[in-house]
Design a binder for this molecule. Sequence first.
Ligand SMILES: [Zn+2]
Length: 519
Amino acid sequence: MSIEAKRPPQGANASKKLFDSTLGDRSSRFQWFFGHRRQILRKASRFNSVVFSLLICVQGCATSSGDFARSGGDFARAKDRVAELLSRAIQFKSVNPPGDEKPLAGFFSETLSKAGIENRVVDTPSGDSKVGRAAAWGVVRGSGERRPLVLLSHLDVVPAEADAWKTDPFAGVREGDHVIGRGALDAKGISIIHLLTLLELAERDAPLKRDVVFLATPDEESGGVYGAGFIARERSDLLGGAEYLLTEGGGILNRGSGDPALWRIGVVEKSPCWLRVVAHGTPGHSSVPPLDAAVPRLISALERVSQIESPIIVAPEIAQMYRELAKLAPPEDAAGYADLARSLAEDSEFRHRFMTLRFQAALVTNTMAVTVLEGGSRTNVLPAEAVAHIDARLLPGESCERFTHRVQQAIADPGISTEVLLSFETRSSSSDTPLYAAIGTIAAKSDPPAHTVPSVTIGFTDAHYFRDIGVTSYGFTPRAMRREDYAGVHGHDERADIGTLANAVTTLIEILEELDRLD
Ligand SMILES: [Zn+2]
């Protein structure tokens, strides 16, 4: 892939500053990582354009950062800075449960303090955590002409089965251009992008029109009730009346072989409807099993639940997403994507092709998975209760209440109770906003020009807490990944490409500057 870019330096603004350089001094684009950028800002030279074309390769044009290393020591140093911060963040073992995020929040806060950025560690409900749970918050003030934009990430990670990893998942080992460890992708890598973005913004001569808020919360991996949910409910003062929020859930998909990248902007998510199903039965010795034993009662109920049909439903947001994707689709699918609801209903060949891909099927159906089973603890003892957890994910427009009712109807057994563990309504954010347009403008400047697609996130993030209080929230991080890179999320040997993270900082700043111009 080419490392030259079509994108010109962007006028007399901070984006240009990022790329400014003195003749013979290549510490240009990433000066902000090292804190002595100011001296060189006003010494732009013809050499700029050379350095620029060598360094500019943004998310759309290369996945590997190997190309950049050849262009000088500055990018290599930027990557070192990313690697150092990410590696340290991974070493804080913030596995949820219990979370224990407070020390990591302290580390981020300290990093912001060193750069003179206003910040604080915000205590959140700590539950079973002995070291405490907390969010990290920081802000780089703008001129106040516009309402703030929040960069949201989370501090907690899912557990890691250390035996299945090549390295200690909490050592944050650097291996060439990668840092390996739990959270490298989800979501400590995103926290580092946001952190470095604030560090750069703090160095600007002219403020943006809006405050940019750093917020890294605990508890996302358990639904965020005690993290982002707590902040949105109890500490919305920290958001300063924010207009926008960017978080995980979307990003830049590099499709390889010269195809334009897809910038996927999450505008809505499927909503969780997590159920706990409890079968009650007569306990006792299992040598004389009663007819109402809890375990078989639960098994047959789950069998009936699995028969619930999930019809194909194309929500408006999904239809819009596929209309955009139609422009890039292979010829045999283009017409089907352009009118997805009709094609799925009427074209059986297309429907078969579409539904065979499980991630696509999940976009047009409610899904359900039995994830937890608990029964007795001894072979010869009948338990009084058997328990199953069902993780259902509902399409936009569906309600957990209605879904639970369908489950109860299918079970139709008075000896079985159901309880909702987690649910929230889906709410979408409009794609007709200056922020969405700003992201699209920067995407179009990539080489080859990338496509922006409003997307529906199959999983869920903390974005919904902020949509609920009126903040336009997108699942978008300008981090370029290939489909296979996502395997590390919640998987083994999770790793992040540090060059990709360094580039994401630059792209994010360009988006913020573009938003300033548009809005
Ligand atoms: Zn995450």
